[in-house]
Every structure is written in structure tokens, then in C-alpha cells.
Design a binder for this molecule. Structure first.
Ligand SMILES: *Cc1c(COP(=O)(O)O)cnc(C)c1O
Length: 415
């Protein structure tokens, strides 16, 4: 029987000194040696179980990296100090001056800004395309293209990339397919669908506590080794090293990711369905109305649902600006960027995490100030959360008395 990502992580055993059930944190930046030859040897090539200096690797970062490789079913992985640290080093490892990237135009604002504004300084240019249109993707590729880049589920539009189709294009043109799986850990395994390299912001669902920033690159042995090469590795030389104390806490949180993803999905799915029923314009991949609903069904690892992310369109910037603090005051959750927290988080991407994307392009992809993105939390009584949310929607005039009554009934019936 093929084992599943949650089970692979469950069976990943690392013990602490004295038989601790959690690995001991090695709180050292440098490590002692008994022989000069050994030090020289390890400087040139990593040896399993031997450590030299913590930027290269340290025990806790190795444990977390190995667990993430199991999550994504890749040969290897390496953790970084942030998601951007993982994305920037991955792209810089592959691309040199004169190379090109073909990227989805609906991606995290920071990644967009990196490609649009920063990489051109290094002679690396990016063409942004509608990733759902295979012909457009292929037409953008030139002999200089080295990378096709996308997010499994895009931020914030929640579109699903057809990873197997992109893999075929990448193969035809000898490009690497790099996929950001931050929105769908556990749910979808991009490597199994054809991604060469999977990147993550651990800051979001994987850590789930909104207390740490981290990232990871999951790929084959050769690519991870190239990132860590002392002479030419982007991670080694640019130095986005995750602190080992943080790695320890992220690893412990990773152990409950499957339970959390399931609960995030249940709650998001409930709210999305109910909102759709009362006539709110809602986007959730688990809804039949989502254009890639069937595509995502093909990709899903069973048992974790359709994810915790939902967007709604509230018709105008003014309503959005009223609604965001209102929902916070009415205890729906927190008006904050980021996602994957145990509390519900909501924000207006157009004015925050996607503000790097110019207005005309936002318009093209269907994003505007009236779009609100939710990351639904682990709420125990989601009917109660729904009721509170509808109270806010009623206050700004988006739903009528009738819908408000229905929401009260739904919440009552669930109690
Ligand atoms: C947050 C995020 C990132 C960046 O991660 P950081 O940990 O903040 O550096 C990249 N991609 C996606 C999809 C994100 O949501």
C-alpha cells in the first residue's frame, strides 16, 4: 500500500538525548572536530550525521527538512528563514543573467515583486501569463526560459494550476517546474503531479501558530545539494538560515498538520456553502461553482478536504473597508494578513499582500479592493462564526433580514 503524507510524517522518528520523544535542540552555531582531515572533508561534502557550522546545516534544521521531504514526497528538502528565502534562492540557483522565467500572474505579491522589480537588476526577466491557459504559457517560452513558476492554489484568487499539463510543457522546453504549495500542504502533493521543485512558506498552515517565519525548498538530492554548495549554492551564500529553536517548534506543529488541515477545510467549506446559499459572491475550490473544482478533485490527497481559504466579493472598496474592522469587533477573527492560523484571519489582498501587483494587472486577473480573503481557523462552533459573519454582512447592507434570520436558525440548529 502506498503510504500517505500524514502517515509518512507520523512514522518519521527522531528522539532526543536520554530518549526524549522530541529531538533535542542543538543550540550551537559551530561544532567541534577531532581531526583536521575530517573537517576538510566535511567542508567539501555533507556527511550524514556530521555538522560543521549551522548555516550549512544543523541537527534540528535537518530533522525539519527531512520531515518536509516526507510531506512532499521529494528525495530531499532544505528549510530557510522565510518563504521568500526559499523562493528567491531557488530561482537564483536555476537562473543566470539572460535567463527568463514564465510565471503565473496570480501569485503572492512578494514573489511577483521579486520577479517584476528585483530580478531584472540581475538580467533575469519574467513573463507573467494566465497559468490556466496552456497555449499562453507555451507561447511565452523562449530558448532562454529556465523556469515555469506557479502556485498550486493561487494567492489570492484561489485558482488551481494544472500541474500535469505544465509539466508536459516544461519537459518539452527543458524548463524546471517550480510550484509554491503554501496554500495546500497535505491536500495536494505537487511533486507527484509533476513539479520538479516545491517551495513553501512554513509561516502559514505548516506552522499554524502565527508565531514564526520560515520556508522550505523540497526537491531531489542534486538540486538541494546545489543550493548548499559552499562555492556556488544560493542558500549557502545568501544565507537565509532558519534558527534551530524555531525549527524545533515548527517541527512539533508539523506533527498536527493533517488534523488542522481537515478542520480548516471543514470550517471553510461550511462557511463557503452557507454564504453561497444566501447570495454572497464566494470563491472556494470545494464549491461546484469553482471553475477548477473537478481539476482539484483529481489532485486531492483524500482526508484533508478542500483547504481553508475562501474569498468573497463585497461589491466595493468602501464596504470592504467597513467590513474588515467590523468583523474583527464582532469576533469573527482577526483583521490581519497571513493565513493558516488557528484563529480566522481576513484582509483585503488588493490593499496589502497583493498591493505589489499594479492596478491594471489586478483588474485583468479579477482582483479589486472589494475582494476579501479569509483563512478560516479551527473554530469549534463554526455555526456561531457564520452567524457573527452574517451579522456584519447585514450591517453593511450585503444581506437582508431574511438571510440574517436563516443564519440565526443555522447557528441554533448546530448547538
Ligand atoms: C506568505 C507567502 C509567501 C512568502 O512567505 P514568507 O514566509 O512570508 O516569506 C510565499 N508564497 C505564498 C503563497 C505565501 O502566502
Amino acid at each position: 500500500m502506498k503510504d500517505k503524507p500524514a502517515s509518512r510524517i507520523q512514522d518519521y522518528l527522531v528522539f532526543g538525548e536520554f530518549g526524549g520523544v522530541n529531538p533535542s535542540i542543538t543550540d550551537s552555531s559551530t561544532f567541534t572536530f577531532m581531526s583536521a582531515e575530517k573537517m576538510a572533508e566535511i567542508f567539501q561534502q555533507e556527511i550524514e550525521g556530521c555538522y560543521l557550522y549551522s548555516r550549512h546545516m544543523n541537527p534540528m534544521n535537518k530533522f525539519l527538512s527531512d520531515a518536509l521531504a516526507l510531506l512532499e514526497n521529494t528525495e530531499s528538502a532544505h528549510v530557510t528563514a522565510s518563504g521568500m528565502g526559499a523562493i528567491s534562492t531557488t530561482l537564483l540557483q536555476i537562473c543566470q543573467q539572460g535567463d527568463e522565467i514564465v510565471s503565473s500572474r496570480t501569485i503572492y505579491g512578494g514573489t511577483f515583486a521579486l520577479m517584476k522589480n528585483f530580478f531584472p537588476r540581475l538580467g533575469i526577466n519574467t513573463k507573467f501569463v494566465n497559468i490556466l491557459d496552456s497555449d499562453e504559457v507555451e507561447a511565452a517560452i523562449t530558448p532562454n526560459t529556465k523556469v515555469i513558476y506557479c502556485e498550486t492554489m493561487s494567492n489570492p484568487m484561489l485558482e488551481l494550476a494544472d500541474i500535469p499539463a505544465l509539466k508536459e510543457i516544461a519537459l518539452r522546453h527543458d524548463c524546471k517546474l517550480v510550484v509554491d504549495n503554501t496554500f495546500t500542504p497535505m491536500l495536494i502533493s505537487p511533486k507527484n503531479l509533476g513539479a520538479d521543485i516545491v517551495v513553501h512558506s512554513l509561516t502559514k498552515f505548516i506552522n499554524g501558530a502565527s508565531d514564526a517565519v520560515g520556508g522550505a525548498v523540497c526537491a531531489d538530492h542534486d538540486f538541494i545539494a546545489s543550493l548548499k554548495d559552499v562555492n556556488s549554492g544560493a542558500i549557502m551564500l545568501l544565507g537565509p538560515t532558519l534558527d534551530s529553536l524555531r525549527a524545533a517548534s515548527i517541527l512539533k506543529n508539523l506533527r498536527t498538520l493533517h488534523v488542522r488541515m481537515n478542520q480548516h477545510s471543514k470550517n471553510a467549506s461550511f462557511i463557503a456553502r452557507q454564504l453561497e446559499r444566501i447570495g454572497i459572491k464566494v470563491v472556494y475550490p470545494g464549491l461546484r461553482s469553482h471553475p477548477q473544482h473537478q481539476l482539484m478533485r483529481r489532485f486531492l490527497n483524500p482526508g484533508f478536504g478542500w483547504g481553508g481559504m475562501v474569498t468573497i466579493d463585497v461589491q466595493s472598496d468602501e464596504i470592504a473597508n467597513k467590513l474588515l474592522p467590523l468583523m474583527q469587533n464582532n469576533l469573527v477573527g482577526y483583521f490581519a494578513v497571513s493565513l493558516g492560523f488557528y484563529k480566522t484571519l481576513f484582509s483585503s489582498p488588493s490593499h496589502s499582500t497583493s498591493s505589489e501587483i499594479p492596478e491594471d494587472m489586478q483588474h485583468e486577473i479579477g482582483m479589486s479592493g472589494s475582494l476579501i480573503r479569509f483563512s478560516f481557523g479551527l473554530d469549534f462552533e463554526i455555526g456561531r462564526t457564520f452567524e457573527r459573519l452574517v451579522e456584519c454582512l447585514a450591517e453593511v447592507g450585503l444581506v437582508n433580514e431574511d438571510s440574517l434570520m436563516k443564519a440565526h436558525q443555522i447557528a441554533d440548529n448546530m448547538n
